[in-house]
Write a protein that binds this ligand. Structure first.
Ligand code: ATP
Ligand code: MG
Length: 396
């Protein structure tokens, strides 16, 4: 039988630190990995207390790695070959799975978990290295090898692993409860969404649409952004809120300079109701201190005043360039910069206040029955389930 990579080994991330939550974390991670892999029907999964295995059968190893490397709670993963704990079999497997026709450097690092194995680690290293040197043009490089070949001798079997792939880190999505993220079409809110999920929080998104002032294209762009980040938790529910009437009422009842602040307060009121309805424990936004007039600390106070649930702003202290870098890394940047108008861009006043006062907001808001309009927005929300179906050119 010829050897080939037959499974993926998954090493847990930060969750290993969490004593008594450990089992529930591992279970959540296991569920998340399985869910992320539903596109690969032949896979088999096995979880242990310190690692997880995916048995590939006839699935494509690289494609599975690509999907699994997005699942939070994993520190690293490796393609691996399972062999009987026998030095001849180990040698044979190395020769068969490594691309020995290319010119590469390597290092062998054997570890004996099973101390009853008759050959000690140093000897295993030497034996395997000699075999590779004899059968290829490969050279040893102990400091910076192209291939670090890790051989792990365990009781049941031995595992040969080549390059370690860095995992997504963080906590398994779901262990941290649920939050509502306000998702605009911009650069910041998809990054904020990513960071929430990274800490184990499951998200649902809210998008405020103001047709006909905002187009279908603008909404499609937001759904595309949701699709791009949905892989991190399996799927995302996006609640599209028809915001036009409320927005027009704001402009009829408040001076232009206060319109943005009051609009944000309305967004928070709607988000609060949606959060209650959907059992979410927090609201998250892509706001960052000082980025625009409505993102000063004074503004944040005035906006926060309408709700009691925590508002989390994951990118609050990041520079725009840092947020942009992260958006490129997670693959949302190119979509975020598509030039479709947002409900904020359309009604942008010339001179928004940078230090809005709560009492003034309350005075303007008292001029009309905004509460029934907020309720209407919540009742008319259209909830769309987004899944991460990969496009052909995104598959590695
Ligand atoms: P972003 O890149 O996220 O759009 P921005 O710099 O454009 O950020 P603003 O437009 O001021 O910032 O919005 C700040 C935050 O308010 C957004 O990050 C988002 O969380 C929320 N938000 C703004 N507009 C909408 C919208 N139409 N629907 C949902 N949330 C929104
Ligand atoms: Mg925006």
């Amino acid at each position: 039988m010829a050897y080939r990579y037959d499974h993926i080994l998954i090493r847990y991330g930060e969750l290993s630190l969490k004593g008594k939550n450990r089992n529930s974390f591992i279970k959540q991670l296991y569920d998340n990995v399985r869910k992320a892999c539903t596109g690969f029907p032949s896979l088999e999964f096995e979880k242990q207390h310190d690692r997880m295995y995916i048995f590939l059968h006839d699935e494509d190893a690289n494609k599975v790695c690509e999907v699994v490397s997005k699942v939070f709670g994993i520190s690293s993963l490796s393609l691996a070959v399972k062999v009987p704990s026998d030095i001849e079999e180990i040698k044979k497997a190395c020769l068969e799975v490594l691309p020995l026709d290319q010119d590469k450097t390597f290092k062998v690092a054997a570890r004996r978990n099973d101390k009853t194995f008759p050959v000690i680690s140093d000897q295993i290293n030497r034996i395997v290295a000699t075999t590779i040197l004899k059968n290829s043009n490969w050279k040893v490089d102990v400091h910076n090898p192209d291939y670090k070949i890790v051989i792990e001798i365990r009781h049941d079997a031995s595992y040969i692993m080549t390059n370690k792939i860095t995992g997504a880190g963080g906590y398994p999505v779901g262990v941290g409860g649920k939050a509502m993220v306000l998702l605009s079409g911009g650069i910041d809110s998809p990054v904020a969404s990513f960071l929430m999920m990274k800490r184990g929080v499951r998200i649902e998104c809210i998008h405020y649409a103001s047709p006909p002032y905002t187009s279908q294209n603008a909404q499609d762009k937001v759904l595309e952004l949701a699709r791009l980040i949905s892989g991190y938790q399996g799927e995302i529910l996006v609640h599209v809120i028809p915001f036009t009437n409320l927005q027009l009422a704001i402009y009829q009842n408040a001076p232009e300079s206060y319109a943005i602040t009051i609009m944000r307060r309305m967004m928070m009121r709607i988000a609060t109701e949606m959060a209650k309805k959907r059992n979410a424990l927090a609201i998250a936004t892509g706001e960052s201190i000082g980025q625009v007039a409505s993102q000063t600390l004074e503004s944040m106070n005035t906006i926060n005043a309408v709700t009691n649930i925590p508002i989390i702003r994951p990118v609050v202290c990041m520079d725009k360039v840092e947020i942009i870098d992260l958006s490129k890394k997670i693959g949302t940047y190119d979509t975020s910069i598509l030039p479709f108008e947002d409900c904020c861009t359309i009604f942008t006043p010339k001179n928004p206040v940078t230090k809005p006062r709560i009492d003034k907001c309350e005075k303007y808001e008292a001029k009309w029955d905004f509460e029934s309009m907020v309720k209407q927005c919540v009742d008319q929300a259209e909830s769309i389930l987004i899944t991460p179906i990969l496009k052909e050119d995104e598959i590695f």
